[in-house]
Design a protein. Structure first.
Length: 262
């Protein structure tokens, strides 16, 4: 099979939550550069507008945005209604928006659990649930629609930092993704997770400023993730090449989990 066809995402309709910054932006750029029509969504309208301007300057594909605050269920519902006005199908949903909260064990607040679990787990389910009709309209037996959930290696291992709600939410997300794979597979929709290691992002900024050399020292490949790493993995899962992958959790971490010390 021709490699251009095997990995093509040309003309695919894609939604990337949190697609204006960080890992979401890396993913959005990868799809736009390869001819997809990408919708990005976050609560930061200015960041979305600027990101779309830059993405559209790349050519090939197209970027647009729909503002939504994913902490608010009503905003999620409005996002779905607006997307349904614009599109009759959705080929790829990338659940990337996420939140973190670090605090000492003895001081870890109840509010952290509510905030982090709401965004990282509950809203992923609710958005996916509401968008299932659009995904189902895109999927066929030979070319299913795709759900790609952005997880974390902190959901696979015990994290070094005291981020109790975050690591728990990502472990939950990994399993939710498998449950969705089982439930939505018969509707011609796949569900997979990318458990990301450290990338340059707003969430990781402070940690990397203090500990990047230490972190990279624990990664067999000796570096943090780059744009092409996460974009390439999403392009694989979103293309014909990844059409039979369902229920997988891919550790995108340079081997960090595999080399974890007892």
């Amino acid at each position: 099979m021709d490699i251009q066809d095997l990995f093509s995402v040309k003309d695919k309709i894609v939604l990337v939550t949190g697609g204006a910054k960080g890992i979401g932006r890396m993913i959005s750029e990868g799809f736009v550069q390869n001819g997809a029509k990408v919708y990005i969504s976050s609560r930061d309208a200015k960041a979305c507008e600027e990101a779309c301007k830059e993405l559209n300057a790349l050519g090939k594909g197209k970027a647009d945005y729909i503002t939504a605050d994913f902490y608010k269920l009503e905003d999620v519902k409005k996002l779905v209604v607006e997307l349904m006005k614009r599109e009759k199908k959705l080929d790829i949903l990338i659940n990337n928006s996420g939140s973190n909260w670090g605090a000492p064990y003895s001081e870890y607040p109840s509010a952290a659990w509510t905030r982090v679990l709401t965004l990282n787990l509950q809203r992923v389910f609710e958005l996916t649930q509401l968008l299932t009709p659009l995904l189902s309209a895109a999927g066929t037996a030979s070319s299913p629609a795709r759900i790609i959930n952005i997880g974390s290696i902190d959901g696979l291992r015990v994290p070094a930092l005291e981020t109790f709600a975050y690591s728990s939410s990502k472990a939950g997300l990994h399993h939710l993704s498998r449950v969705l794979a089982h439930h939505l597979g018969p509707k011609h929709i796949t569900s997979n997770t990318i458990a990301c290691g450290p990338f340059q992002s707003k969430m990781m900024k402070a940690t990397l400023e203090q500990f990047q050399e230490v972190i990279e020292g624990g990664i067999p490949l000796g570096r943090i993730g780059r744009e092409g790493d996460v974009a390439g993995t999403c392009l694989y899962l979103g293309s014909r090449a990844g059409s039979w992958v369902n229920g997988a959790t891919i550790a995108l971490d340079g081997g960090a989990v595999a080399s974890a010390k007892l």
